[in-house]
Design a protein around this ligand. Structure first.
Ligand SMILES: [Cu+2]
Length: 152
């Protein structure tokens, strides 16, 4: 499966190379929000019923100096925190990301299952597939940006 994907990617690259396009450096997904040198894509949140917990994930592409994601806020839950996951002697534990989520200079940081994520605790309403919610992300240097998250 992986080899097959690699071959497909190679073919796509060959097609791009043969075409008259200059899109080979374009991001994989269209950004849904951006602020200063940060662009945000693949923003989604896990569907869950009211009262339950959920988590939101996203990709942050940084074309400039290092920054830090320091907070996430929204009106869909009792509490929203930035979390990380650590492997403590084989036990995967999640806890608040001390100091936030680092966004190194000129790099891409992914918040994804098993790693950094936006923890959403105590939903105050249902998150239904297909719906879009908004969360405000605050970066230490770039400031705050409202990001739409698709419920999946
Ligand atoms: Cu968590």
């Amino acid at each position: 499966m992986f080899a097959r994907i690699t071959i497909l990617i190679l073919i796509v690259h060959l097609l791009v190379a043969c075409g008259n396009t200059t899109t080979s450096t374009a991001p994989v997904s269209t950004p849904v929000a951006s602020i200063q040198t940060l662009s945000i894509s693949d923003a989604w949140v896990r569907s869950s019923p009211s009262g339950d917990n959920s988590a939101a994930y996203l990709t942050i592409t940084n074309s400039g100096a290092a920054d830090t994601l320091i907070a996430a806020k929204g009106n869909v839950a009792m509490m929203i925190e930035l979390h990380t996951v650590t492997n403590d002697n084989g036990m995967m534990n999640m806890h608040p990301a001390e100091g936030g989520v680092p966004i190194p200079a000129n790099s891409t940081q992914m918040l994804k299952s098993g790693g950094f994520h936006v923890m959403i605790m105590g939903l105050t309403s249902d998150l239904t597939k297909g719906q879009t919610i908004q969360l405000t992300l605050t970066f230490q240097n770039a400031g705050a940006v409202v990001v739409p998250f698709e419920v999946r």
